[in-house]
Design a protein around this ligand. Structure first.
Ligand SMILES: [Zn+2]
Length: 214
């Protein structure tokens, strides 16, 4: 599985394009492209690599992770999949934007095409993806775990040296810590963690060095 990251929007959100080198089947995780030039960047990467976008997945539906959903849905005919608990954040996109002083920008929300829940297994890009619910940063926070690849997409649940903020948009600090300890720290140490913001890390590294978890 190939992984390409594009960092978008004023929040420096990581949008991941994952794909199978042979079949070119691709999935986009957290389409954060907000401006036209960012949408163009995403489109260029997909075209240049002849990718077929089959899935649009959301770790959660905070504004910076859903800005590009409408564009991707229109362009590639795939609807976003996310947890039901975060669905209210779709219609609340204008309120989320207002909270961060972004109301002057035109943005369209995109309704979900279906729900993902804890333990669900998806077959994508020629491999298996396991959905892990990690509420706390948002009520419906999800991580996407690829056991055969030893890779986790953690959204804003876990960062290199940090954890997601819980002071805004329905976050819950205790719940977030519980999610991380019970559902992420049980994964193998060598699991590479691709985060919603900032650089990637590993479960083993965070287990030892992440001050929030000790
Ligand atoms: Zn977030």
């Amino acid at each position: 599985m190939n992984i390409h990251v594009l960092t978008f929007n004023p929040f420096q959100e990581n949008t991941y394009i994952i794909y199978n080198e042979q079949t070119k089947e691709a999935a986009i995780i957290d389409a954060g492209c907000m401006f036209e030039k960012e949408q163009q960047q995403l489109e260029n990467y997909i075209e240049d690599n002849c990718l077929k976008v089959k899935y649009l997945l959301n770790t959660h539906l905070h504004l910076d992770h859903q800005f590009g959903n409408h564009f991707v849905a229109n362009k590639y005919g795939v609807l976003p999949l996310a947890s039901k608990e975060d669905e209210p954040l779709v219609d609340a996109l204008p309120e989320q934007a207002a909270l961060f002083g972004l109301s002057r920008f035109k943005m369209e929300s995109q309704q979900l095409g279906g729900y993902l829940e804890n333990g669900q297994i998806l077959q994508l890009c020629g491999t298996t993806c396991q959905v892990i619910a990690t509420p706390g940063h948002s009520p419906g926070g999800l991580c996407f775990y690829f056991p055969e690849e030893k890779i986790l997409f953690s959204g804003d649940t876990l960062f290199a040296g940090g954890i997601g903020r819980t002071d805004v948009l329905r976050g819950d600090y205790r719940q977030l810590l519980k999610s991380i300890h019970q559902r992420l720290m049980v994964l193998p140490d060598e699991t590479v963690v691709y985060c919603g913001h900032g650089p990637h890390t590993t479960i083993g590294h965070e287990r030892i060095h992440n001050l929030y978890l000790n």
